[in-house]
Design a protein around this ligand. Structure first.
Ligand SMILES: *Cc1c(COP(=O)(O)O)cnc(C)c1O
Length: 428
């Protein structure tokens, strides 16, 4: 048995997948394999990396913190990196968000949000506020609560009976001609749902549904959604696990759209892609419903590594880098744009779209689309040969590069995509 035979990889059919590529090191946007090959990381290593791999400032911050305090329990104790990080986060988040709860990853950030929203009503004695309104196709993570909030899909199929029921509204993706009508239909549907029963919260991936294929909605939709949700006196939860920290071209989807969720979930980019860390940040009003002499109103939730100081130190360094060069994320859409215009000349691509640092397109395919469509792996393998790391979502090819991507690297990426487009007839 080789040393790799004892490892079970995520989202991988171990029987049919080709052996994993062994990585030796990574610098900036480049991943170097054991065999010496170099790949451009076009997807920021599953959307986590912001400033490039091995950034010296973040590496140094982790090193310095490890020499001082690597970890300590967070119940009954606190430490400087966590306190500073909470402060720095509040400075860039919507102003109504006041209390920072730490956890470990996007799924736990979502679990915390759903439990906070649920117990908020419980603590206030409104016991009937038990339903969640979510969006078709949403992805909120792989733990059971987060899966429940997400759309039912082939990922959730074996577990569907285990998941709690939620209500779904259609997500008004803007790559269609009648987007305005779709938005109005969705809003009136939500209006009637919220009138019909008592909801704990409405949960959305604001601006972009990620795992479901980089589906973008218009900022105007979020403005109206917020109004509607608040008119019904319901909570609004933003899952900004993917969209946070510059991905949409602004600090957050909420700041870009000038909307204010009652709870926000942040994870992927929080530490710049160095360490697993997440936060769920809520409004004063939610916090107040737990703040009591009654110990039964406590939020009984926590993880062993809550507010890990190394993660907090990495996050502080990463946020400093974002402040130092906001033009890197704010300006990336303009860098994608001319390339995307060129791709419009290829009839094999449709719905070419961009939101901030994220660019995406649909490859025109025969038959049923979806995550398992064979075109995804075919494109991935061909682009790998061209030195590019991508992971299409079915027939959706997307780019989400680290903000340090150079002009030459971006050029290389888009030339690779054009090569695939030209070869398309032979390939598929
Ligand atoms: C990735 C993701 C999650 C889950 O985060 P993990 O860190 O993988 O658990 C949740 N919500 C959204 C929108 C995501 O993109």
């Amino acid at each position: 048995m080789s040393s790799s035979n004892c490892i079970w990889h995520p989202f991988t059919q171990m029987k049919t997948a080709s052996p994993p590529l062994k990585v030796r090191s990574a610098q900036g946007a480049i991943i170097e394999l054991e065999d010496g090959r170099q790949l451009i990381d076009c997807i920021s290593s599953w959307w986590v990396n912001l400033h490039g791999h091995g950034h010296p400032k973040i590496s140094a911050a982790i090193h310095q913190q490890a020499l001082r305090l690597e970890h300590v329990l967070f119940a009954g104790f606190t430490h400087e990196p966590a306190e500073q990080l909470a402060q720095k986060l509040l400075e860039v988040l919507p102003k109504n968000l006041k209390k920072v709860f730490f956890s470990d990853n996007g799924s736990t950030a979502v679990e915390v949000a759903l439990k906070q929203a649920y117990q908020y009503w419980y603590n206030r004695g409104e016991m009937d506020r038990t339903s969640f309104l979510c969006f078709e196709g949403a992805y909120h993570g792989d733990t059971v609560g987060a899966m429940s909030l997400g759309g039912r899909s082939l990922f959730t199929k074996p577990f569907n009976d285990l998941l709690f029921d939620v209500h779904y509204a259609p997500f008004p993706a803007d790559h269609s001609k009648n987007v305005f009508e779709k938005e109005q239909q969705t809003l009136s549907f939500i209006d009637s749902e919220l009138s019909a029963r008592s909801f704990a919260a409405v949960v959305i991936e604001p601006l972009i549904q990620g795992a479901n294929g980089m589906r973008i909605c218009r900022p105007e939709f979020l403005t109206q959604l917020q109004k509607l949700v608040h008119r019904h006196n319901t909570l609004l939860i933003y899952d900004e696990v993917m969209t946070g920290f510059g991905r949409t071209g602004d600090w957050f989807a909420s700041t870009k759209t000038d909307t204010q969720p009652d709870i926000i979930c942040l994870a992927k980019g929080l530490t710049g892609g160095f360490l697993p860390l997440a936060v769920t940040v809520c409004s004063e009003e939610i916090y107040e419903s737990f703040y009591s002499d009654d110990s039964l109103k406590t939020f009984f939730h926590g993880h062993s590594y809550t507010a890990n100081p190394l993660g907090c130190a990495a996050a502080l360094a990463s946020i400093e880098l974002l402040h130092a060069q906001p033009d890197l994320f704010a300006g990336m859409q303009q860098r994608h744009q001319p390339y995307l215009e060129r791709l419009r000349n290829y009839p094999c691509f449709e719905n070419i779209r961009c939101c901030g640092t994220i660019a995406a397109l649909d490859v025109v395919v025969q038959g049923q689309k979806g995550y398992l469509h064979q075109i995804g792996p075919q494109i991935r393998i061909r682009l790998l040969e061209l030195g590019l790391l991508v992971r299409p979502l079915g027939n959706v090819l997307y780019l989400m590069p680290p903000y340090c991507i150079t002009d030459a690297q971006l050029d290389h990426i888009y030339r690779g995509i054009e090569t695939v487009a030209k070869e398309r007839i032979i390939l598929f």
